[in-house]
Design a protein around this ligand. Structure first.
Ligand code: AMP
Length: 286
């Protein structure tokens, strides 16, 4: 594995790899776990070369969010990437990503970026889309791998790729969970054992929503109500949102397989997200 810490050598190495065959790309903010590694494994299986990036993107954090506290461990991350089969690991620095004079922001219509996470975190998706567009420009991948865990992110990146005619295929990889069902997240590092029951209320609520959907419940508001009630109770009222959404983040009246139950809540110092595609198996968990 080559570690690339300068923009110019990153561009050259990625162009060379893309010239030899397909190039898969896994963008991350580091503090890698099995969820990230599932994206790398999928890219490894499907592409001739695999590039990954680690960059804690300041643009996507709000002023009172956890940019400074966000867990960072580049040496361990590099080791994990190497073992998982990454060929090119980009470790770009802030002044190379956003040099003096950098003036462009990618924004997207509010019905996609002003709801759910975007309502809770104004400007978040401008930051995400800007860094993803920039990384796509540096890497030039044929396929980019994103996790379904950040469902809204997959929707807005898919929209950007389509709207800007970017010649990149998007692959969305299923959420990797711990044995008790908790979705893997770098922010799980903020959770002590005493917060585990509250954190697990998200997956418990999604499991119950799926159970009711399988039992025939098709009233989306009723399913969202179940999701909301369980997470409100589990987190002591710290729910941010609980909804059933479609592929364009609209809120249907009638629930259908393929729509997504999305939930976010605060647990201790962590903000946790989770979701579940209706009609798919979920659990059981230990
Ligand atoms: P992050 O480092 O949090 O920006 O995440 C980088 C990529 O890994 C994003 O595409 C995430 O959706 C994905 N990801 C994070 N957690 C998981 C997980 N538990 N399962 C699958 N993908 C994940």
């Amino acid at each position: 594995m080559r570690i690339l810490s300068a923009r110019d050598e990153s561009v050259a190495a990625c162009r060379a790899a893309a010239g030899r065959g397909t190039l898969g790309f896994v963008p991350t903010m580091g503090s890698l776990h099995d969820g990230h590694l599932a994206l790398v494994t999928r890219a490894r299986a499907e592409c001739d070369s695999v590039a990954a990036s680690i960059f804690v993107n300041p643009l996507q954090f709000g002023p009172h969010e956890d940019f400074d506290a966000y867990p960072r461990d580049e040496a361990r991350d590099a080791e994990l990437c190497d073992r998982a089969g990454v060929d090119l690991l980009l470790l770009l620095q802030r002044d190379e990503m956003y040099p003096p004079g950098f003036a462009t922001t990618v924004t997207q219509a509010g019905h996609l970026t002003g709801v759910l996470e975007g309502a809770e975190r104004p400007g978040h998706f401008d930051g995400v889309l800007t860094v993803v567009a920039k990384l796509f420009g540096i890497v030039g991948p044929s396929t980019a791998y994103f996790g379904r865990k950040d469902y809204q992110q997959t929707v807005v990146v898919r929209r950007m790729i389509a709207d800007l005619e970017l010649p990149i295929e998007l692959v969305v990889v299923d959420t990797v969970r711990e044995s008790d069902g908790l979705a893997r997240s770098s922010r799980n590092a903020y959770l002590g054992p005493e917060l585990r029951p509250a954190a697990l209320s998200l997956v418990a609520a999604l499991t119950e929503v799926e159970r009711r959907f399988e039992a025939g419940e098709r009233d989306a508001a009723a399913l969202a109500g179940v999701l909301s009630a369980i997470v409100q109770e589990g987190t002591g009222g710290r729910l941010d949102y609980a909804q059933i959404v479609d592929a364009d983040l609209g809120t249907p009246r009638t629930a259908q397989a393929g729509q997504v139950a999305v939930v976010a809540a605060r647990v201790g110092p962590a903000r946790l997200l989770d979701n579940h595609v209706l009609g798919r198996p979920l659990g059981p968990f230990a």
